[in-house]
Design a protein around this ligand. Structure first.
Ligand code: ADP
Length: 221
């Protein structure tokens, strides 16, 4: 079975034979039904329903006297659909945060205990104030003997310089932000507006691991 699955929702499911036919059409099309049957050592009649399903899927086109051909355009649409329809909400992890007045030492302990690479720094009500990466902590640890006393607020990258994402954003856009800004993680936030003031509540984290997991899930399905 070859299945395109989208955020848990079934889109198209092909049998192994249909997948083989699709691959033959993709690599050698336009190709006639008889030629496909020959390659698969099957009768033309045995392929009729498979070819009908592939044609209906839109991935394969058929023209009399020409044969079957692969409609790359539709594949492109499918890819675009997959990447634009899967949202950060479908893949993000729980947030790992420390308070602004936590020490560098505490942040290092959190990094190990929660097995993360980036920690977000928050004030009351989980409001985002900053981010600390592994290297920020390494640098601080190398440069100071007083990690128990030094607050993370001194070493963090602070708002408004934090690159954010939201549950509603597509995974593709969030992944592009990771690459473009050369960071390992984005805080997943909910915007809170009180009067003129806008703050961001941290509700999760979006990381390279989320993308890797999604990639493997899509490939395995
Ligand atoms: P590392 O520093 O361990 O290579 P990153 O590449 O994620 O990890 O971080 C690089 C720098 O960017 C660090 O100084 C960190 O504080 C900062 N940073 C981390 N995440 C973000 C983010 N989402 N937005 C802005 N800056 C960030």
């Amino acid at each position: 079975m070859y299945t395109f699955c989208l955020a848990g929702e079934l889109i198209i499911q092909f049998t192994t034979r249909q997948t083989n036919i699709l691959e033959i059409i993709q690599s050698t099309g336009p190709i006639t039904g008889n030629q496909i049957a020959e390659k698969l050592q099957l009768s033309r009649a045995a392929l009729r329903s498979d070819l009908a399903i592939l044609t209906m899927s839109g991935l394969v086109g058929g023209k009399p006297k020409v044969g079957y051909f692969f409609t790359g355009q539709n594949m492109q649409n499918l890819k675009t659909t997959i990447f634009n329809t899967i949202l950060v909400a479908d893949v993000y992890s729980r947030s790992i945060v420390v308070a602004e007045n936590s020490s560098v030492y505490d942040a290092i302990v959190t990094l190990f205990m929660d097995d993360v690479g980036t920690i977000f720094v928050v004030s009351a009500n989980n409001v985002l104030e900053g981010a600390i990466s592994r290297k920020d902590l390494l640098k601080a640890a190398m440069g100071s003997k007083n990690n128990h006393e030094m607050p993370v607020s001194i070493i963090m990258t602070r708002m408004p310089n934090i690159v954010l994402t939201t549950p509603e954003e597509s995974v593709l856009t969030a992944a592009q932000k990771l690459l473009h800004h050369q960071v390992d993680a984005l805080p997943v936030v909910k915007m809170i507006k009180v009067g003129d003031q806008t703050t961001f509540e941290v509700i999760g984290r979006f990381t390279k691991t989320n993308i890797t997991r999604l990639f493997v899930q899509l490939a395995e399905k």
